[in-house]
Write a protein that binds this ligand. Structure first.
Ligand SMILES: C[S@@+](CC[C@H](N)C(=O)[O-])C[C@H]1O[C@@H](n2cnc3c(N)ncnc32)[C@H](O)[C@@H]1O
Length: 373
C-alpha cells in the first residue's frame, strides 16, 4: 500500500479503519504510523513482535498486512482491545449477549448499588450501574470471544463526553480520581446521563460491524508480563515451526509519565478490579516509577526478545524524548544489539503525539524513535 492507500484504508469508511480504532488507550500509536512501520520494516509472512503492545495497533497492522504478529500486554484493558480487534465475535451473537445481560442486571439489588463508593452514583445513572455490575459479574471476557467482544464495546464508551458515553463528563482515555470527579461535577451541576445501556451498546455494535470484519492473518495478543511470556513464546514459535522474529516494533512505558493502573481504574473495575484507583496494588504495573527497576524491566524484556530474533531483524522503538526514558532505552538497546546501526528520529510535539490524543493537552517534549538495523 502506498501512503494514500494506507490513509484511505484506515478511515471509518472501511472495516480495517473501524476495528483498528478500538479503543481509547493512553500513549497509543497513531494507526497510520503503525501500518507504515510494519510495511517499511518487515516483509509479508514474517513475524512482528511487540512486547508492550497496548491496544495492539502494531499487531493489528501486522495481521492486516499479511505478517504474523505477537503482542504481549500486561494491562487487561489494552489486551482486551487488542485481542478483540484481531478476533471479533459474530455480530448477532454479540447483540444477543448484550440483550441477555438484562436479566442479570435486573437481579442486582439496590443495596449492592448503594454499597459502592459515592463516585459511582455520581458517574452513572442507576440502571446503567446495574448493567455494569451485571457485566462485571457475568462476562467471561478472558476466555470467551463473545463475552470479550461485549466487554470491549462496553469499555470504549464507559467514560467520555457526557453526550456520547455511558458516564457523566469525563476524559475518554484517562479516568480521573473519584474525589476530583465528584467535586468537578458538583461545581458544574452535572449529573450522569440517562441511558438505556442495551440500546446504547447495540448501536455501537451496529456501527462497529457496519463495514464488516476485516480479513486478517492469524496473530495473537497475549495477556501477561513480557518478562515471563517472551520465553514461553519461543516454545510456541518452535511448535508452529515459525521463523524467527524479523521486526521488533514497540513503545515501552515512559518513565514516570503514566500509571496504567490509576489512569484506567474505572475500566479495570468493570473487568473485576477494585472500586477505587490503586496505584501500587500490583508491583508488575509500577516498574516505571523507580529508575533502577525501569532500567531492569527494559533490559530483561529486550534481552529476551533478542533471543527470538533473526540475525538481521530490525528494531523500531518509539519512546519519550525526555532524557531519562530516552537515554535508558537507547543504552539498553545498544548494549543488547551492539552490532546494529542506530538511527534516531525526532517526533517533535504536535497535536498528534500519542499522549496528546484523546484529551491530554499538557505540553510535551514529543517522542523520539530509535531504529536499529
Ligand atoms: C506506551 S504503552 C504502548 C502503547 C501501544 N503502542 C499502543 O499503541 O497502544 C506501553 C504499554 O506497556 C505495557 N507494559 C508495561 N509493562 C509491561 C510488561 N512487563 N509486560 C507487558 N506489557 C507491559 C503497559 O501496560 C502499556 O500498555
Amino acid at each position: 500500500m502506498n501512503e494514500a492507500e494506507t490513509a484511505h484504508k484506515l478511515t471509518s469508511a472501511t472495516s480495517l479503519g473501524r476495528w483498528i480504532g478500538l479503543g481509547p488507550y493512553y500513549a497509543m500509536f497513531p494507526v497510520k504510523f503503525a501500518f507504515e512501520i510494519v510495511e517499511t520494516f518487515s516483509k509479508p509472512n514474517s513475524i512482528v513482535l511487540d512486547p508492550f503492545a497496548g491496544r495492539g495497533s502494531s499487531i493489528y497492522a501486522a495481521a492486516a498486512l499479511n505478517r504474523i504478529g505477537y503482542g504481549i500486554e500486561i494491562n487487561p484493558v489494552g489486551w482486551l482491545y487488542g485481542f478483540v480487534k484481531l478476533n471479533p465475535a459474530p455480530k448477532d451473537k454479540v447483540l444477543k449477549r448484550i440483550q441477555s445481560l438484562k436479566k442479570d442486571a435486573e437481579s442486582i439489588s439496590k443495596e449492592e448499588i448503594e454499597s459502592l463508593p459515592e463516585f459511582f452514583s455520581s458517574c452513572y445513572a442507576s440502571n446503567v450501574l446495574s448493567y455494569l455490575l451485571a457485566a462485571r459479574r457475568s462476562l467471561n471476557w478472558k476466555n470467551d470471544r463473545v463475552d470479550a467482544t461485549v466487554m470491549a464495546i462496553i469499555l470504549v464508551d464507559l467514560h467520555g463526553k457526557v453526550r456520547s458515553s455511558l458516564s457523566n463528563q469525563m476524559r475518554q482515555s484517562k479516568a480521573m480520581s473519584p474525589d476530583y470527579s465528584i467535586r468537578w461535577w458538583k461545581d458544574r451541576g452535572l449529573h450522569p446521563p440517562e441511558r438505556d445501556p442495551i440500546e446504547f451498546l447495540s448501536k455501537k455494535v451496529v456501527w462497529r460491524y457496519d463495514k464488516g470484519i476485516p480479513k486478517l492473518r492469524t496473530s495473537e495478543m497475549i495477556l501477561g508480563d513480557s518478562i515471563e511470556e517472551i520465553p514461553r513464546l519461543q516454545e510456541k514459535l518452535d511448535q508452529k515451526q515459525q521463523p524467527k522474529v524479523s521486526l521488533l516494533f514497540t513503545s515501552p512505558p515512559y518513565f514516570g509519565i503514566s500509571n496504567y493502573l490509576k489512569d484506567q481504574w474505572i475500566r479495570l473495575w468493570v473487568l473485576g478490579g477494585p472500586t477505587k484507583p490503586v496505584s501500587n496494588g500490583d508491583k508488575r504495573f509500577t516498574r516505571f516509577e523507580s529508575k533502577p527497576t525501569y532500567q531492569n524491566l527494559l533490559y530483561k524484556v529486550f534481552k529476551s526478545c533478542s533471543e527470538l530474533m533473526a540475525e538481521n531483524a530490525k528494531i523500531y522503538i518509539r519512546t519519550d524524548a525526555r532524557p531519562f526514558t530516552f537515554e535508558t532505552t537507547l543504552s539498553v538497546l545498544k548494549d543488547i544489539f551492539p552490532n546494529k546501526r542506530v538511527e534516531i528520529k525526532d517526533q517533535p510535539f504536535t497535536k498528534k503525539t500519542q499522549t496528546a490524543l484523546y484529551g491530554d493537552k499538557e505540553n510535551k517534549p514529543g517522542e523520539r524513535d530509535i531504529i536499529l538495523t
